[in-house]
Design a binder for this molecule. Structure first.
Ligand code: NAD
Length: 415
């Protein structure tokens, strides 16, 4: 379910958080709108010779703490409102894990499942060309998001470098390692998610062996999280992709689900599980629920049925405001997106640092640094939640928005 005005949710949450922060009106008002939004039209020659026009966006929500940073999404429901929402979330997220970045997001309204790889390549190159004046390692660094992958990041890097006349690996993260990508980037979001999830499990006094997990989304974030949690001895009981949802209380064999998905391109028809609807899956028994697909998938219709003790938001903005209130009333421990899925941007930051220095780190060093940052952020947010007696999302926003506001105040107003 895509919310047509998801940005209103950002504004509502900002207003709620300002009750704790009491920001000066000038700073608060500035945080309520994006700094810059670019809309581009992309004529692309399709394989049949026709020229189709796609609409693309790139938004810099806030740059008080550093260059704008955020992913690129290719999806038929992409709108400017959604991209502004995601850019705002990136702003708070980068501040929560204390990275020297502001927040950005981009996207193109397109259905890549109906496009050839060559068409996607031509559209990506045209998109990069149209936003080239807006991006760069010093100003705005791109990354993957839904339906964009490391090959697409390679085309962005190549197009931008061609315009500049020299190699600029630092304009985009999530690239292949052979182009200056970082070891550990592909799995970073899920590793970060699991790190904070295990901290939450410890905090709630649960034993993580044999906890049952349901995951919505079986792409980069969802499938990698399933792998790691399975290895840690948890039971993955429920999974969903864009076409189907499956459930097996005894636990799914993740390797055979992956083989099946690779072969059939969908979870539909996987035989060692019950086929259920997405709404049913949300309400089926599990200890941990991980939304790792689209916005608004936990909403007022299904939140009351959630049985999980923990909801760990791998996806951005997966829980509507109404659902958030319902989950809080039920005592569900919600690990908010701006904390839970920050591992991706943390390792993106490492990639950018390595690209700028042209000096690359070992994977174990990357994992160790990632875990340290995630654990530190979790503990900081938990302390705020306990001190102020608020939920983890409000606490995370108090930390993130507070840091952005502090940087804005110190920089002052120009002219
Ligand atoms: P992806 O394209 O690799 O995978 C998306 C998955 O969601 C696919 O399995 C797809 O089938 C499924 N899906 C799509 N529509 C669905 C629907 N209506 N119902 C159920 N499943 C559906 O994307 P990803 O990179 O894994 O991103 C997933 C989420 O995580 C997004 O919200 C993204 O913004 C967020 N996120 C990603 C990263 C990252 O590093 N990739 C970092 C932070 C946050």
């Amino acid at each position: 379910m895509t919310n047509n005005n998801s940005f209103q949710g950002v504004l509502d949450r900002l207003e709620a958080v300002n009750k704790h922060l009491n920001l000066p009106p000038a700073i608060y008002n500035r945080l309520r709108s994006p700094r810059r939004s670019l809309i581009v039209s992309l004529p692309v020659r399709m394989d049949n010779g026709e020229v189709k026009c796609f609409e693309g966006y790139r938004v810099h929500y806030n740059t008080a703490r550093g260059p704008a940073k955020g992913g690129i999404r290719y999806h038929q429901n992409v709108t400017l409102n959604e991209i502004i929402t995601l850019a705002a979330l990136m702003t708070w997220k980068c501040a929560i894990v204390d990275l020297p970045f502001g927040g950005a997001k981009g996207g193109v309204a397109c259905d890549t499942t109906k496009m050839s790889r060559d068409e996607i390549k031509r559209m990506t190159r045209r998109y990069t060309h149209e936003i080239a004046m807006f991006i760069g390692p010093e100003s705005d660094i791109l990354a993957p998001d839904m339906y964009t992958d490391e090959q697409i990041m390679a085309w962005i890097m190549d197009t931008y470098s061609t315009i500049k006349g020299y190699s600029v690996p630092g304009v985009v993260t999530g690239k292949p390692v052979c182009l200056g990508g970082s070891l550990g980037r592909k799995t970073a979001t899920s590793h970060g998610l699991v790190t904070v999830l295990l901290e939450a499990v410890k905090h709630l006094g649960l034993s993580y062996k044999d906890l049952a997990v349901s995951i919505i989304g079986f792409g980069n974030v969802g499938a990698t999280a399933a792998d790691i949690l399975h290895e840690k001895g948890m039971r993955i009981v429920g999974l969903a992709d864009s076409k189907a949802a499956i459930y097996n209380a005894k636990g799914l064999d993740i390797k055979s689900v992956k083989r099946y998905k690779a072969d059939k391109k969908s979870l539909a028809g996987f035989k060692d599980a019950e086929q259920v609807s997405l709404n049913e899956l949300v309400g089926l028994k599990c200890d941990i629920l991980i939304p790792a697909a689209m916005e608004g998938q936990i909403n007022s219709k299904n939140a009351k049925n959630v049985k999980a003790r923990i909801v760990a938001e791998g996806a951005n903005d997966p829980t509507t405001r109404e659902a958030d209130a319902i989950l809080n009333d039920k005592g569900v421990f919600v690990l908010p997106d701006i904390l839970a899925n920050a591992g991706g941007v943390v390792v993106s930051y490492f990639e950018w640092v390595q690209d700028i220095q042209r000096y690359f780190w070992h994977e174990d060093e990357i994992q160790k640094r990632l875990e340290n940052i995630m654990v530190k952020a979790f503990k900081h947010v938990l302390t705020i939640a306990q001190d102020k007696k608020v939920d983890m999302r409000t606490a995370a926003m108090i930390l993130g928005v507070g840091r952005v506001a502090e940087a804005s105040a110190v920089r002052g107003l120009y002219p």
